[in-house]
Design a protein around this ligand. Structure first.
Ligand SMILES: Nc1ncnc2c1ncn2[C@@H]1O[C@H](COP(=O)(O)OP(=O)(O)O)[C@@H](O)[C@H]1O
Ligand SMILES: [Mg+2]
Length: 586
């Protein structure tokens, strides 16, 4: 399996499997990194042995060249150790940074595959924070394992080996102590996890809350809500601070326990070594080595304890995020492509309910021949947007089938389906990129000429030329620097550029003033030519010259005919029409 195939596999749900996946993608890098660090840690232990040799040589009053020999060995080990540390750092820097970049991209890619209702359930700010935070968390886990967990383990094994050479009993005692300490730390680490997870989840909530506040700052000002929001945020952050304190204090307690264990252990070992030295069983060099090693293990295992607790915290962060983001996609996708269609739409016996159980469509039938323009009228909440959403497969129908040119839309890839459909919503959303890029989003391979031609067709050109950088002007977050009518025209230009056989307009002109509406109406007429059109219209005059009008009520078609027919026959459409005519004539 190659690199790309591995990354296309579904995301695992557990943090360990998730991190392992990126190790498998760069196995050689990770092995090299860990091997170098282990080598460096080995050198660091053997340096203590070099010190012992030096002390013994000096204490025994050996010949000068023997002392210098020991000194040379000692120095060589130190140089070697540093060399390996730096090499390990160099490899690690490439490996870990690369992996954390990959995993964020993969997570984001998975995130955008969720159906729209997923994004209604989750704060966008907290999702954004999570994707960024998982990179930092993975970085800490990989880095922590490599530089803070592996070296003390190597130290420990090396120390036991060296102590065995000096005194078997001491080596055994060291093993015993470390086992007790490790067991304590593990128990603490596992028991503390729920606190760390609670902290991570509350802190993501606060992140989401702040994004929500910032994006609603206008409302906060307009309704004099600054003080209220301050109190509210204080409450939320207060909860976060409590869970942070609880998670931190837990670590502090673990540290106290650890300190006590290690002071006893280090003191005991050194005392023991001195007793042995007085009895003439070990040399002065041995005492130096035992004390240096014990203090090393003391420091190392303190670092190890912290690293383990922190790693378990970060694993908590990762599994929290995976639990939310890495769920399997609720809509299936296939690789099958929908070939360019003529735009014949059929809905056969379609029933649909929202996840909260609200039934919108039941046993719904509709047949729209290719090239027909269909206006959809009906009161708010009658299911118009739901119907259009189902056609784009923003969600799957509960039963029944939707066909485009006689192909079930579930049997083709979502991307290829949506390539056949251009949508102009009530409020097109814009990226904080240039106008050129925003229009060009409709057709990824469009040339600048094509984009400008589409802008002309949508009557954008005039106002775009007047902007300071023309087509290269950035539009600000969600297009704040443009008026509603201008944003809407950019939305239309996208649809012109996309040039899809099916066109969906969901109240595309409802939010506009009459001037803008007149311009956009002209552009729409051009855009509709030769396409299958489904247009939800609030103002019925906009669909007066369509081929066909449907009136929807509670998810059912209550009227279906040409606009002329519906105006003349008794019914809902006629009433609505007369009401709107009255308002207009007043
Ligand atoms: N995400 C949702 N979750 C639950 N119910 C929804 C959701 N979106 C819409 N509805 C409900 O479905 C019904 C149809 O909504 P919609 O299709 O948006 O109506 P329309 O576009 O005709 O105004 C409404 O009763 C609405 O409350
Ligand atoms: Mg609607």
């Amino acid at each position: 399996m190659n690199f790309q195939q591995m990354r296309d596999e579904p995301l695992p749900a557990s943090a360990a499997a998730f991190l392992w996946r990126y190790i498998r993608i760069r196995p050689a890098h990770f092995v090299a990194m860990v091997a170098l660090v282990m080598g460096a840690a080995c050198c660091a232990v053997v340096v203590q042995y070099g010190m012992k040799l030096l002390v013994d040589a000096m204490a025994a009053g050996s010949a000068a060249d023997q002392v210098w020999h020991a000194f040379g060995l000692f120095m060589a080990l130190i140089v070697m150790e540093n060399l390996l540390w730096r090499l390990g750092g160099w490899v690690g820097c490439h490996t870990i940074v690369g992996s954390c970049a990959d995993l964020r991209v993969d997570l984001f890619h998975h995130l955008t595959g969720h159906p729209m209702r997923y994004f209604k359930r989750h704060f966008s700010g907290s999702l954004a924070n999570r994707v960024s935070a998982i990179g930092a968390a993975a970085d800490k886990v990989y880095g922590g394992l490599t530089w803070r967990i592996v070296p003390p383990c190597v130290d420990f094994i090396g120390a036991v080996a060296l102590l065995l050479a000096v005194h078997g009993g001491m080596a055994l005692a060291l093993v015993g102590c470390v086992i007790v300490v490790a067991a304590l730390i593990t128990v603490f680490g596992v028991r503390g996890r729920s606190r760390h997870i609670a902290f991570a989840s509350q802190s993501a909530r606060v992140g989401g809350e702040i994004v929500d506040l910032v994006s609603n700052v206008w409302t906060i000002k307009a309704f004099s809500g600054r003080q209220r929001e301050r109190l509210r945020l204080e409450r939320e952050i207060g909860i976060e601070a409590d869970s942070h304190r609880s998670s931190w204090m837990y670590m502090e307690k673990a540290r106290v326990l650890h300190d006590i264990c290690l002071t006893v252990m280090a003191g005991g070992m050194l005392g023991w070594a001195i007793v042995l030295w007085r009895a003439g069983q070990v040399t002065a060099g041995d005492v130096v080595m035992v004390s240096a090693l014990t203090f090393r293990i003391l420091h190392g295992s303190r670092e190890l304890a912290l690293a383990l607790v922190e790693t378990s915290q970060q694993m908590g962060v990762i599994s929290e995020t995976l639990g939310i983001v890495a769920q399997p996609h609720e809509l299936s996708d296939t690789a099958e492509e929908l070939a360019p269609t003529r735009g014949h739409i059929k809905m056969l016996d379609v029933s649909y309910a929202y996840p909260d159980g609200r039934k919108v469509l039941e046993h719904f039938f509709l047949d729209i021949p290719a090239g027909q323009s269909v206006g959809i009228a009906g009161t708010s909440g009658s299911g118009k947007s739901t119907l259009l959403g189902l056609l784009q497969r923003l969600d799957d129908v509960r039963s029944g089938v939707i066909l485009i040119d006689d192909r079930d839309i579930r049997s083709v890839s979502q991307d290829s389906l949506r390539r056949q459909i251009a949508v102009v919503p009530q409020e097109p959303t814009l990226f904080n990129r240039s106008i050129l890029e925003n229009i060009g989003y409709g057709q990824p391979h469009a040339t600048e000429q094509q984009i400008i031609a589409a802008a002309h067709q949508a009557f954008c050109d005039e106002f775009v030329q007047a902007l300071p950088q023309g087509y290269h002007t950035p539009v600000g977050e969600r297009g704040v620097t443009l008026s509603g009518g201008q944003r809407q025209r950019l939305g239309l230009a996208r649809a012109f550029l996309k040039d899809a056989p099916i066109l969906i307009l969901d109240e595309a002109t409802s939010a506009l003033d009459s001037d803008s509406e007149a311009i956009i109406q002209r552009a729409l007429c051009n855009l509709m030519r030769g396409r299958t059109v489904l247009a939800v219209a609030h103002r019925l005059s906009t669909i007066a010259n369509f081929d066909r009008v449907l009136v929807l009520e509670d998810g059912e078609i209550v009227q279906d005919g040409t606009p002329q027919e519906l105006r003349e026959s008794q019914g809902r459409f006629r009433t609505l029409w007369q009401m709107q005519a009255m308002v207009h004539n007043r």
